[in-house]
Design a protein around this ligand. Structure first.
Ligand SMILES: [Zn+2]
Length: 174
């Protein structure tokens, strides 16, 4: 028994070393890293809306490796500034009086520094939850590399998937 237990521990220690944070993030959200395409998971629960946006950094600034020059540094700084104002990026219809709080805002790089994803998670707390109807994604206008956002919504009425883009940037909850 003792020997078998020892083998088991060795096995799992090796597995955990092999899994990089980047791979783990992909497995967790089951979406491939695909340039130009972001993912948005929305969960509606009573007066709270959780939104988890993930996107290749390429879709947001045009590159993913660490910045190499002033223009690229500026692009990252501009993105970071925008991310600090969540209401200008994702908004719930005004009647519901929802206020966003940033739960997660980080860039996850792969081990080779070739690919990177933004993880941006918000929690909206809504004063009038009965009025909650939809969320609008405002990222497309100033983010030319972002072509579409795959949306998965979970709410009291069930689960649904849709795709948002520059021409159709509103997710209707029903
Ligand atoms: Zn990439």
């Amino acid at each position: 028994m003792i020997v078998r237990k020892g083998i088991y521990v060795l096995c799992c220690a090796l597995v955990s070393v092999a899994v990089t944070p980047f791979v783990f993030a992909q497995q967790k959200h089951s979406h491939a890293h695909e340039h130009g395409k972001g993912n948005l998971e929305i969960t509606l629960d009573k007066n709270r809306i959780l939104s988890h946006f993930t996107s290749p950094l390429q879709a947001l600034v045009g590159f993913e490796r660490p910045p190499k020059n002033q223009a690229e540094t500026d692009a990252i700084n501009t993105l970071n500034q925008r991310l600090l104002s969540p209401a200008t990026l994702f908004s719930v219809n005004a009647e519901a009086e929802c206020k966003p709080t940033i739960l997660e805002n980080k860039i996850v790089r792969d081990a080779a520094n070739k690919h990177a994803d933004l993880h941006y998670q918000l929690e909206f707390t809504c004063a009038k939850p009965a009025a909650i109807k939809q969320m609008t994604i405002h990222l497309f206008k100033d983010t030319k590399h972002l072509k579409e956002v795959r949306v998965e919504f979970v709410g009291p009425s069930g689960q649904k998937s849709s795709t948002a883009n520059a021409k159709s940037n509103t997710v209707i909850f029903n």
